[in-house]
Design a protein around this ligand. Sequence first.
Ligand SMILES: NC(=O)c1ccc[n+]([C@@H]2O[C@H](COP(=O)([O-])OP(=O)(O)OC[C@H]3O[C@@H](n4cnc5c(N)ncnc54)[C@H](OP(=O)(O)O)[C@@H]3O)[C@@H](O)[C@H]2O)c1
Length: 218
Amino acid sequence: MPIALITGASTGIGRELALLCARNGSDVVLVARSRPMLDSLAAEIKRGTKQSATVFECDLAEPDAAYPLFDRVSGAGIAIDTLINNAGFGLLGHLWELDAKRQSQMVQLNVGALTDLTRLFLPAMIARRSGRILNIASTAAFQPGPLMAVYYATKAYVVSFSEAVHNEAKEFGVTVTCLCPGATKTEFAERAQMTSTKLFSSGMVMSASEVAAIGSAR
Ligand SMILES: NC(=O)c1ccc[n+]([C@@H]2O[C@H](COP(=O)([O-])OP(=O)(O)OC[C@H]3O[C@@H](n4cnc5c(N)ncnc54)[C@H](OP(=O)(O)O)[C@@H]3O)[C@@H](O)[C@H]2O)c1
């Protein structure tokens, strides 16, 4: 049975991606900080599909958090076929006014954890000559973002990194793809304190399930 690990699976796009993976026949490993939400999703998956769902509570904004997570997953004897690096957040405001520690945590989560998890889970995929890594970037990746300078830059990194690693891995049967959503109705806007911005109040906002369906299609 193929196994997919999804970060940020407790809500939003990650939750929908986890449901889709399970409906498409993968066992799932669900990662985020909110244990009750992960447990509830795991129960929903077990009830509604034939797939197993394993929960790992983890704060991926902590420096080097990917390493103990990788050890816990490997220690449980779980081999990951699909890695979905979805967890991420944004912050709206002038660079010099935003909380400096939150900005560092954003870089750690959006860039650091994504890079480390890719690095850690890739060797087994390369050895097996099969695997998939899906990294969630954003349309923010394609231009600088005044008032969200760090967030936009993290997403530009995700696209650049994913394209380069795909180029390295493709001859070994492993794909690295990137999903670049525009404004999507999740908790993202509220967490970034940007619900009243034109971007999120325009009506041009997709649902998380629509975005996840696009990401799941190869
Ligand atoms: N919504 C949009 O408009 C939009 C547009 C483009 C790209 N994106 C990207 O899509 C991805 C998913 O975002 P979303 O819209 O679904 O937002 P969301 O509803 O806020 O979900 C974010 C997910 O990331 C997890 N997460 C946050 N901080 C974490 C941490 N420190 N450690 C582990 N997990 C953490 C959250 O779980 P816990 O809080 O339980 O940890 C949650 O499951 C992000 O990478 C985001 O940048 C979103």
